[in-house]
Design a binder for this molecule. Sequence first.
Ligand code: ADP
Ligand code: MG
Length: 247
Amino acid sequence: MSDPQTPIISMRNVSKFFGDFQALRDVNLDVRLGERVVICGPSGSGKSTLIRCINRLEAHESGEIIVDGTVLTDNPKNLDKIRGNVGMVFQQFNLFPHLTVIDNLTLGPRRVLGLSDADAKSRAMKYLERVQIPDQADKFPRQLSGGQQQRVAIARSLCMEPRILLFDEPTSALDPEMIAEVLEVMTELAASGMTMIVVTHEMGFARRVADTMVFMDKGEIVETGAPEDVFTAPKSKRFGTFLQQIL
Ligand code: ADP
Ligand code: MG
C-alpha cells in the first residue's frame, strides 16, 4: 500500500451528476504518496466537487475512486476508513463556534479515534504549536482572526493524523494580510511530506509548492503538468486564457 509507485489516490473515468447537470466528466487523476497537487479553474468548473468525491462528501455515479487501497462505495466500513485517512480544510473554516480551540481539536481524536482526554490534549497542543498559535488554545473561534481560525482548522485536521489533506480554497475567505500566514503553514506541511490536494488561485503558492498543476473547466480536467511547464507554456487555450485573467 505504501509503495511509492502506487498512487495513493486514483480516479478513473469519474463522472458526477447533480440531477441532469454533469458536474464531473470522465475525470482521471492519480496522486502519489507525498505529491502536492494544486487544482485551479473557473468558478463552477467542478473543483470542489472533485475533491469532495475523494472523501465521499459527494458520491460519484460512474467510474472508480480508490483511496489508499480502498474503493469508494457506500459501504460504511470503507467510509470510516476513508474519513480517517483523508482530512479536509474548507474555505469557511467550519470550526464549532460553541467550543474552544482546544475542544475543537480534541473532539475528533476522543470521539472517533478513542484517545484519552490527556492524549488528545497533548496531541492538540503539538499541532497548535505546529501552526504557531499554542497561546490561543482556550479562546473561542469568534475571538480569533480569520487567519488564526484557518490555522486552527488545519491543526484540527492534523490531529486526526490523516495520510492525505484536501484544501478547498483555504485562503479565499481571508483578508489579504492574513493569506500569507495560512500559506506559510501549508508550505511547511508540504515540506514535511504530506500528500496534499489544494484548490486555490494563489499561483505564487502553486509555483513554490505544487508538483502537479491541474486545470479544470466545465467539469473536465483540461490540462495537467508541472508548474514550470504550464505557467510558461500552457498547452490548452482555455488554461492560457484563465492564467492571463488571474495572474
Ligand atoms: P467550483 O468548486 O469549481 O466552483 P463546484 O464543484 O462547486 O465548482 O460546482 C460545479 C458545478 O456543480 C456548478 O455548476 C455548481 O452549481 C454545481 N453544483 C455543485 N454542488 C451542487 C449541488 N449540491 N447541487 C446542484 N448543483 C451543484
Ligand atoms: Mg469550489
